[in-house]
Design a binder for this molecule. Sequence first.
Ligand code: SF4
Ligand code: SF4
Length: 379
Amino acid sequence: MNSFIELLELKKRIIEELGGGLSGESIVKASRDPHAFRKPRQCGVTIHTGVGCSYMCAYCYVYDMGFPAKPKPYPLSPVELAYSLALNPYVVPMRTLAAYGSVTEPFLKETVSRAVEYITNIYKYFKLPSQVSTKSSLSSEVLEALMHGDKCLSILITVVTLEKHRVIEKGAPSPVDRLEGALRALKSGFRAALFIRPIVPGLTDREFEEILSLAELHGVREIVLGSLRATYTNVARMKALGLDTSEIELRLPRKPGVGEQVAVYSVDLKAKLRKLAVERGFKVFESACAANISAHNEYCSMCSKGPCGSLEKAPKASASEVVEFLLTEGLRVSGVSVSKTKIVVGLDKGSRLKSMGVLKAVLSQASRRMVEFSSASLS
Ligand code: SF4
Ligand code: SF4
């Protein structure tokens, strides 16, 4: 089951199978849901297990996006959610990365059952390499239930401060409890990495060595670093809680407007923390998706940060297969070149489709390579 066409045929069968078991009402609900058309981000297709979050992290941007602090499970049943994803034109079975936990904590008491059902059910149908980020303390029961899905599930345990967690993550379990969950996850056979995102300048970097020591004590030897995104309100929220935000403000390229997110400059901090972590024997991933690829022993070269993972696991891709796939989708091409990292497609004069962006994304995910469409002829 490797060719692009086979993967897309598998997707059609999944749509038929899931759709066959749903009522007309469920089909309408699932097809209107954003999971049916959301474009995957670099970390993969983001799957929402709930609406809202009660952990109330001061740096969080979801409250600026209008999500409430009182969470409830995502309103689709596990089968409806799977059907919705099956309809998503960007999603490629077995290849698209799945990311849980982007706009809520998945394992809140109100949403934990739904999260586990989603993670296991989606894996059952699509076999998407899955990753979950959490600040919860994963229990043995939850881990056992997750084992019925993706056994290589990549688990990211978020810790950004030890000293101030009660102030800026006031609803979340303590970092020690989170890391005890990480230890249980590791003992259950999952991969668990420390997720230092967001690096809060002036706070996380100061405590970094202690955070690493605590992780080490709990058997965690991998780490993912990520920067803070400032919003119209989150820096002010941290300041109001008594945090010294001067370092954040210094690093802000500009003040975010209402509804905006602005990345806080962290290149130097990341480099410093990466160096310290490597010196301590940690494996540092450049991004969450790289940790996901590693946990699944797969390969990816979909962006310039790659290639990530094992080269020998690169999905097979031949020029003739790419041509056949694009022709099936109605796109005429003048030539195709395929390397381990990139596919360049020469387009026939006048050959354009409305869905070029989707095709490019599908081809990129199916082959796990960067894809370039070019109107220049390929030699
Ligand atoms: S756990 Fe995640 S989603 Fe919830 S408040 Fe904290 S950062 Fe936001
Ligand atoms: S190449 Fe690496 S960093 Fe880029 S999308 Fe793939 S896994 Fe992520």
